[in-house]
Design a protein around this ligand. Structure first.
Ligand SMILES: [Zn+2]
Length: 126
């Protein structure tokens, strides 16, 4: 006959065994009583729920951080694409303005200014 313990044992039931799983009662000393049942530190439903809430909060925070990083990365990619499309035109236009100034003609920087504004808008993309 199994000797009666001098302390309450945990009433949690867990799966154990390699190959053939079986249910066994946790043998640790119980420390808290919840709804008439005793639990060890590990299987206390309240502490377990708190641990799980902390883990969920950490996963959520990690996920949100990852999403922000991805959004920032996508924005940088969009900016790079816009620069790639704009800069050859800007350089061509500026080169023309520089040539006109060099030949003592009257420079018309209107198009160059327009392209510079577009370049500035790319840098200010939200
Ligand atoms: Zn237990």
């Amino acid at each position: 006959m199994k000797p009666k313990t001098l302390f309450n044992t945990c009433s949690a039931v867990k799966l154990t065994g390699l190959g053939l799983l079986r249910h066994v009662t946790c043998h640790y000393r119980a420390k808290v009583e919840r709804d008439g049942k005793w639990y060890c530190d590990r299987h206390d439903p309240v502490a377990k729920a708190e641990r799980e809430a902390v883990a969920r909060a950490r996963i959520k925070a990690d996920w949100e951080k990852w999403e922000q990083e991805q959004a920032a990365h996508r924005l940088e990619e969009r900016k790079a694409e816009a620069r790639l499309a704009l800069y050859p035109m800007l350089i061509a236009e500026l080169s023309m303005v520089v040539r006109v100034v060099g030949n003592s003609g009257i420079p018309d920087p209107t198009e160059a200014i327009c392209l510079l504004k577009q370049a500035d808008e790319i840098e200010r993309m939200p």
